[in-house]
Ligand binder design. Structure first.
Ligand SMILES: *Cc1c(COP(=O)(O)O)cnc(C)c1O
Length: 393
């Protein structure tokens, strides 16, 4: 049972909302699917007398449908779509002013760490990065000037699980907002607003789009004031998605539930198989009972997701050889598509972190991150096995 399927009203169940929320047939033509409104501007019946749309940066009907759909899936009041996940994150940071302070997880997405430290620190906003599984450390980092607590769960690439409810409480004790990047879990598996988060952020590029064919982002909130500000910055900064990309994400969300069910099922089987493998020293997957946050994940999530990380007993070079040997898994960054991807954080996504710091954070040379697609599990297993044999024996 996933995506809040226990809702009373059958029409309210996740997979039904995924197909229908925000997507009434076009009133003019009856077109069943949301049209791609490829317009920059709209006719006005008199000066200022428009029919709800005046300019596509400000609003576009394809985007409106996507925003309503995403809000519904997260169980939130308001959705806003952006040109990328980073544009969505930037919009949250637009709420801040010089002198403000932000507390964030010490293993947030690299692009998030970069925009915090290399863009916003120059605007006199301070950031502290702490282990967000350590609630005392989070409390200690919060101060008078703290306006925002930024949380990811599960995290990348070690798949640590953070307690959204506890962290939202800590943020609120300090009159700060709690924002959760829900990209890895998706609303099918986890809805942060239910646990008290104020803002949910997404890279739609990943599971929601689901087919590795677009870049987009979103923010969802229940708070009218926050949404109004997000709309103001969306229009003022202008990082809006194209109507075509909005259409593609709507196409993706329709199958989110069925895709996530398969991602979870296959990831679980592969994680269990890898955990028993003689050349694998550790597997990071919240679905395994050996995962330190397994109980929390089981309580907070409706499934354990499609990301699996594991440590090969191997040097940096041998682990590189392994990811080069896979055939079904494609060697690439990113995640969340129907095709399986594999990467080596120490040599790719996290290579910019100095080795000593990397190792201290658990990002060993032999660490492999896999985004499990929807191919047949036996083909994926056989592919990993042949690559291990080719690279390590
Ligand atoms: C990819 C990603 C982002 C950034 O999204 P883009 O669409 O690439 O801009 C943010 N957070 C997480 C967790 C991601 O995986």
């Amino acid at each position: 049972m996933s995506g809040n399927d226990d809702a009373d009203d059958a029409a309210d169940r996740f997979q039904t909302r995924a197909i229908h929320a925000g997507q009434a047939p076009d009133s003019e033509t009856g077109a069943l699917m949301t049209p791609i409104f490829a317009n920059s501007t709209y006719v006005q019946d008199g000066p200022g007398d428009h029919r709800g749309y005046e300019y596509s940066r400000t609003g576009n009907p394809t985007r409106t449908d996507l925003e309503a759909n995403l809000a519904s899936l997260e169980g939130g009041e308001h959705g806003r779509a952006f040109a990328s996940g980073m544009a969505a994150i930037n919009t949250v940071l637009n709420l801040l002013a010089a002198g403000d302070h932000v507390v964030a997880g010490d293993d947030v997405y690299g692009g998030t760490h970069r925009i915090f430290t290399q863009v916003y620190e120059d605007y006199d906003i301070d950031f502290d990065f702490v282990d967000t599984t350590d609630h005392d450390a989070v409390r200690e980092a919060m101060g008078e000037a703290t306006e925002l607590l930024w949380v990811e769960t599960p995290t990348n690439p070690l798949l640590n699980v953070n307690d959204i409810g506890a962290l939202a409480d800590i943020a609120h004790e300090h009159d700060a907002l709690c924002a959760v990047d829900n990209t890895f879990a998706t609303p099918y598996l986890q809805r942060p607003l239910e646990f008290g988060a104020d803002i949910v952020s997404h890279s739609l590029t990943k599971y929601l789009g689901g087919h590795s064919d677009l870049v987009a982002g979103a923010l969802i909130t229940d708070d009218d004031d926050l949404d109004e500000q997000f709309g103001f910055y969306q229009n003022s900064v202008g990082a809006t998605p194209s109507p075509f990309d909005c259409f593609l994400v709507l196409r993706g969300t329709k199958t989110l539930g069925v895709r996530m069910d398969r991602h979870c099922e296959t990831a679980m089987e592969l994680a269990a198989w890898l955990a028993d493998h003689e050349h694998v020293s550790q597997v990071h997957y919240p679905g395994l009972e050996s995962h330190p946050d397994h109980e929390l994940a089981a309580a907070q999530m409706d499934g354990f997701g499609g990301m699996v990380s594991f440590e090969l007993d191997a040097t940096l070079e041998a682990a590189s050889a392994f990811v080069e040997e896979t055939d079904v898994f494609t060697l690439a960054e990113s995640l969340g598509g129907v095709e399986s991807l594999i990467e080596q954080p120490a040599a790719m996504t996290h290579a910019a972190i100095p080795k000593a710091e990397r190792e201290a954070a658990g990002l060993t040379d032999g660490l492999i991150r896999a985004s499990i697609g929807v191919e047949h599990v036996d083909d994926l297993k056989a592919d990993l096995q042949q690559a291990i044999e080719a690279a390590l024996q």
